[in-house]
Design a protein around this ligand. Structure first.
Ligand code: ADP
Ligand code: 5SP
Length: 467
């Protein structure tokens, strides 16, 4: 039996799965939390990885790959030292820089032609512009820029050549997924001068790994990828599958054979981790909306679900616009959440919980619609991420989406995808290994409630202003 490990270093935590290379059977797993906040010292991710790997988790493991939160700016000096805490995908201070970059290149269409996506504050290119403008001292010391998964892979490979993959590179704003090439001119225009960037490794490529005290047998690392690309690989999605992930971010994405170009900016034209493309819509407000709703009501997740499910659809007129952390899609970084339709009678705990769940899901239903509008076929919606553990989310999602929702058996799909990539690298084969599904898929159905989405759209329009 040969063992491989997959690491998911996402916003809130690190999860590691150890699986059998030949058939993907789960052997063991562990997790460790990340610090709060939208800027984080990368050392904290390394410590979380070490903590999750402690106690012999990686004993006997020969290969590893890391899938991590996308876009984060890890700025390094000449000697490879981190210059300042990494600015994460959900840090909105770079929203103005993104708007400037869009205008400077000639508008959204020019960006879509150049790199397949219109940058927002989340993208690395916007964060580099922000750094150049606001922290000239740190910018001066910066010699190269890598992404969270690149940095972790670089550490695991003992500080050898920094390597990334086309999936995560496509979220920088200075790499074109369609052309398979960096646009260093755009990086230079954003930052004011050139910077070192990691080599883009091939999907399935094997990097030499450095054994460490917690991973004595490790000898191969995959090139890694972004967390959404990792989930696509872990789920083994095919044509017609759209994944909706309810994590810190809400995402809707599909693996397709040709790049998608959306000048509205809603759909990002990313690459996937297996040689294809991953059109993706991302919201800033998903599982944490549920966390905030439960905390406001002074209950845990289970009771919050009971409350939400005891209220009627539409929460007797209460509508939550869930922009608690500002929003990325639609691009409203300064927006805040809004509770609309409050009356003397309807502000019950049950209606409040229902409005929080429905509002969050309406944002994700809009994300699925944006994929459809861009020609992505949707035959099956798969619901994953920490928030998909919520019974209320599972029951209400088919009603809000207006279509059945498949809930795959609980698994760490991002880490699973990274493990599959590690097994691919270890095998030296041309294609990733075919692993059986982690478990069954439960299909949830429900009477559609289009009027809930219509009310939500009215409230959203009030914040967006005239089109
Ligand atoms: N049963 C549940 N109901 C609602 N939310 C949940 C539940 N279990 C976990 N969560 C939430 O899911 C989030 C973590 O999901 P995860 O996909 O691991 O996030 P990330 O990958 O962004 O770190 C947390 O905000 C957590 O509170
Ligand atoms: O920015 C994006 C996608 O473009 C986010 O999806 C991040 O990749 C963070 O993911 P989670 O931690 O929420 O899984």
């Amino acid at each position: 039996m040969r063992l491989v490990a997959g690491v998911d270093s996402s916003t809130q935590s690190t999860k590691i799965v150890v699986r059998r290379a030949e058939d993907g059977v789960l052997v063991r797993s562990a997790r460790a939390p990340h610090p709060e906040g939208t800027e984080v010292d990368p050392e904290a991710w390394w410590r979380a990885l070490e903590e999750a790997a402690s106690g012999g988790l990686l004993e006997g493991v020969e290969a590893v790959a890391v899938a991590a939160q996308q876009h984060g700016m890890v700025a390094l000096d000449e000697s490879g030292k981190v210059v300042r805490p990494a600015l994460l995908w959900n840090d909105t201070r770079s929203a103005g820089a993104a708007a400037d970059l869009v205008a400077e290149l000639g508008g959204p269409e020019a960006w879509v032609r150049a790199v397949g996506s219109v940058p927002v504050g989340s993208f690395t290119v916007s964060k580099l512009r922000w750094l150049a403008e606001h922290e000239p001292g740190a910018a001066e010391r910066t010699a190269s820029v890598v992404l969270p998964h690149d940095w972790l892979t670089w550490r695991l490979t003992g500080g050898a050549e920094p390597v990334t993959d086309r999936g995560d590179a496509s979220g920088t704003g200075y790499y074109s997924a369609a052309d398979g090439a960096y646009r260093e001119d755009l990086l230079r225009a954003a930052f004011g001068r050139g910077l070192g960037v990691p080599r883009v490794g091939a999907p399935g490529e094997a990097l030499e790994c450095a054994p460490g005290p917690g991973w004595p047998e490790l000898r191969v690392a995959g090139v890694g990828t972004g967390d959404n690309m990792g989930a696509a690989l872990g789920l083994g999605i095919g044509p017609g599958d759209v994944v909706v992930s309810v994590g810190t971010s809400g995402t809707a994405f599909a693996s397709v054979g040709a790049p998608v170009a959306d000048p509205s900016g809603a759909v990002a034209g990313f690459a996937d981790a297996a040689g294809g493309f991953l059109p993706l819509v991302c919201t800033l407000n998903a599982a944490r909306v549920l966390d905030a709703g439960a905390a406001a009501l002074g209950v845990g997740h289970a009771r919050f679900d009971e409350l939400a499910l005891s209220a009627p659809p539409g929460a007797e007129g209460l509508v939550l616009l869930p922009y608690l952390e500002g929003e990325r899609t639609p691009n409203l970084p300064e927006a805040r959440g809004r509770l609309d339709g409050v009356t003397v009678g309807n502000m019950t705990p049950a209606n409040l919980a229902r409005a929080f769940v429905e509002g969050m899901l309406c944002g994700l239903a809009d994300a699925v619609d944006a994929l459809v509008d861009n020609g992505v076929p949707v035959e099956r919606v798969l619901l994953i991420g920490g928030g998909a553990r919520s019974e209320a989310v599972r029951s209400i999602a088919p009603r809000v989406f207006g279509r059945p929702v498949a809930v795959p058996a609980e698994s760490q799909y991002v880490a699973d995808g990274a493990a599959r990539q590690a097994a691919w690298a270890l095998s030296g084969a041309a294609e990733p290994p075919v692993w059986g599904a982690a478990g069954g898929v439960e299909v949830r159905t429900g009477e559609p409630v289009p009027w809930v989405r219509e009310r939500y759209a009215e409230v959203r329009a009030g914040v967006e202003g005239p089109a």
